[in-house]
Design a protein around this ligand. Sequence first.
Ligand code: FDA
Length: 497
Amino acid sequence: QSGTHVPVLVIGTGYGGSVAALRLAQAGVDVQMVEMGMAWDTPGADGKIFANTTNPDARSYWLRTKTKQPLSNFLGFPIDRDIPRYTGILDAEEFAGIIVYQGRGVGGGSLVNGGMAVTPKRENFGAILPTVNADEMYNTYYPRANAELGVGLVDPAWFDTVDCYQYARVGRKQAQRSGFPFVFVPDVYDWDYMKQEAAGTVPKSAVAGEILYGNNYGKKSLQKTYIPKLMATGRVTISPLHKVTSVSPASGGGYTVLIDQLNTTGDVTTTKSVTADRVFFAAGSVGTSKLLTMLKATGKLPNLSNEIGKGWGDNGNVMVGRANWWWDATGAVQASIPCGGIDNWAAGGAFAEVAPLPTGIETYASFYLSITKNPNRAEFSWNPTTSKVDLSWQTAWKQPSIDMAKTIFDKINATEATIYRTDLFGVNKTWGDHLTYHPLGGAVLNRATDNYGRLLGYPGLYAIDGSLIPGNTSVNPFVTITALAERNIEKIIATDL
Ligand code: FDA
C-alpha cells in the first residue's frame, strides 16, 4: 500500500531475508517483505507449479524470450529454445564477463538450487569470514541453520543399490581409483520421499529430473521451512512481483522506499512509496550490490562506504564433463539432486560435486560442478551512460579455477584412460567457465558494514544476505548465508530494537 509506514522492510525473500523476517517477527516486530519474483504457489495448465528441467517453458526464465541453459549444447547442437517472456523462476543475468544464475520468487535461490547444504570444514572458516567468531558459528549458528533448513544425508545403503545414483557411484569409484576422497554431501531434499519416488509409489520430482526451474515435491525449499514459519507469526506480509528501486533517508526519520509493482510480462503497473524505520537488504549478492552501488553513486545514499560493490567472487564455480568407457555407464535415469563430491580442497583448491546430467538417455558422461579457491575478486560500478550497474569480472579470471579443477580431472582421465567432453558448453569447448551459481560479496562484512551487517553511514540500514561474504565459502554457500544471518539478526534484535 503506497504511503504506508512500516517498522521493518525486507528486500528479498531468499535465505537472508527469510531469517531476518522470522526472527524479527518472533521478537514482536511487524515486517513487510518485498519480492520482485512471483509467489510460486499456483499450478499451471499442466497441474504443476514448476516446469521440468528437460522441458523449459515460460515459467523457466526471468524475462527472456529464449532459454539460457547452463549446458547450452549437446553432441554439438545448441539446445536453447524460444519461450514467452514471463516473470519466470531462473534469472540468467548477463554481465560483461560472466552469467550469474539466480532464483526469482518467494524463496529466492532456494526455489532453483540443488539443495546441497554444506557446512564448511572448520579449518577453512578463518579464510571465509575472518572477523567472525568460529566457536559461535560452529556451536550455535551452523547447527541452528542446519536444523531450520532440514538438512539431511542420503542413506548410504540405499545409495549403493538404486539406479538413479549410478552416476554418483561411477563418480565415487573413479575418484577413489585416483586416490581422491569421495564424500557424501548433505542436502535439504526429503530423502524418504526420494526413496518412494525411486520405488514408483509417489509423483516423481528429483527422479524425474526436476531441479533448475523448481522441484514440485521433494525439495525442502524455503517455501517448506522458514517461510511457513514466519507467516505463522501473523506479523509478516510478503508482496510478490514488487521490485525495490530506491531507498533514501525520509525527512521525518527512517527511509523512503520506492517500489515498482510488476505484471507477469515484467512491465511496471504501479509505483509505490513506503516509509520504513529499518530496511534490510536481502536481495542476494547481486541484487543488494546493484541497489547499494546505484544508491551511493546517484546521491540517494552518498555516505555509504567506499567498500560498497567490492569483494565480489564467483565461489570459484567451473563445470566440466568427462566421457567414460562403455563399461562405466552413468544411467538413463539420474536423480537431479547431487549427493556426493570429490574433496581435493587442501591439496588442489577444488571441491567437485558429482553432478547429474538428467537427459533421460544413457550418455556415458560424468559431469561435475567444481567449487575452487579462485582468488580473483570483481567490483560493481555505476555506469551513468547506460544507467545500469556493471561488474568488472572477466572470463579469463576463471583460469585459476580451471587449473584447480584439473588437479582432480586430469588425474582421473589419466587413471581411466578417458577424455573430457567438448560438446556441452559449445562446439569444442571443454570448460563451463562462463557462469556462476554462487555469487558472493559486494557489501562485505566488517568492510562495507560493521561486523554484524549494519551498513556504514546509515543507522537502520542492514545487509543480511550473500553480499556479506567476500567471494568464497569453499563449499556451496547457502548454509553459511543462513547461519551468518542467524548470527547477525540475533545481535541486531538484542541491541538495535
Ligand atoms: P537469494 O538470491 O536467495 O534471494 C534474493 C531474493 O531477492 C530473490 O528472490 C530476488 O528475486 C529478490 N530481489 C532481488 N532484487 C530485488 C529487488 N530490487 N526488489 C525485490 N526483490 C529483489 N547453494 C547451495 O548452498 N547449494 C546448492 O546446491 C546450490 N545450488 C544452486 C543452483 C542454482 C541453479 C542456483 C542459481 C544457485 C544455487 N545455489 C546453491 C546458490 C544459492 O541458491 C544462493 O547462494 C542463495 O540463494 C543466496 O541467498 P541470498 O539470501 O543471498 O539471496
